[in-house]
Design a protein around this ligand. Structure first.
Ligand SMILES: Cc1cc2nc3c(=O)[nH]c(=O)nc-3n(C[C@H](O)[C@H](O)[C@H](O)COP(=O)(O)O)c2cc1C
Length: 200
């Protein structure tokens, strides 16, 4: 079994270590995090987003600000994120508040994206009902014709969010005795992380 987390470590260092170990183990999309939001009516909603591993000091992801998740976050920035790496019998849960990153940071990320992805994002309204899939292809093609070879500007309604963890839980399966390891780090009011084990 890989080494478990260290009580006095920075949990973000541990999270980065687990992310790299998942990548090294060949887990597909190791940076995919299931993000749960809660809408104004109290209903939860969950979907995967990719955490940008190029900003290793933070949990940043990019999305449409006016999508259902964007509207949830605008009403209630408290979210829960889950990484699940079943080949390693590992899970990480992150709870905290999200906030939009700066326009400069979103622009830099946008500029790093492949053009075809930029076209898809800029030409289609995420999660809006459409007549059929062909209408999206047509919309993308029409937008491409309109923009020509020019630079594709980042839509103002697309950008990054940063999740600031208030707690991070590491879960390591122990098939040998089913006493799985669970360690929880919590951010205390003085900024320090507390640490404790919880029963599986
Ligand atoms: C592996 C994976 C990664 C994804 N990454 C993103 C992402 O980084 N940003 C995003 O907006 N949607 C991403 N999606 C799509 C979302 O899961 C979701 O379908 C979309 O964001 C609409 O969600 P909403 O209607 O709840 O706002 C990803 C889906 C998968 C399966």
């Amino acid at each position: 079994m890989p080494e478990f987390v260290v009580p006095d470590a920075d949990p973000m260092d541990e999270l980065r270590r687990w992310l790299s170990e998942a990548a090294e183990a060949g887990v597909s999309n190791p940076a995919a995090m299931v993000l749960a939001t809660v809408g104004p009516g109290g209903a939860p909603s969950a979907r995967a987003v990719m955490v940008n591993t190029r900003t290793p000091d933070a949990l940043t992801f990019f999305s449409h600000y006016e999508s259902p998740k964007g509207r949830d976050i605008a009403a209630n920035p408290i979210v829960d994120g889950v990484f699940l790496w079943t080949p390693l019998e590992r899970q990480i849960r992150v709870s905290g508040a999200v906030a939009k990153v700066s326009a400069d940071e979103s622009d830099a990320y946008w500029a790093s994206r492949p053009r075809t992805g930029q076209l898809a994002i800029a030409s289609t309204p995420q999660s809006s009902l459409v007549a059929d899939h062909a209408s999206l292809t047509a919309r993308k093609a029409a937008f491409e014709t309109q923009i020509g070879d020019g630079e594709i500007p980042r839509p103002e309604t697309y950008g990054g969010y940063r999740l600031t963890p208030a707690s991070i839980e590491f879960w390591q399966g122990r098939p040998e005795d089913r006493l799985h390891l669970r360690a929880v780090y919590r951010r205390e009011s003085d900024g320090r992380w507390s640490f404790g084990f919880v029963a599986p």
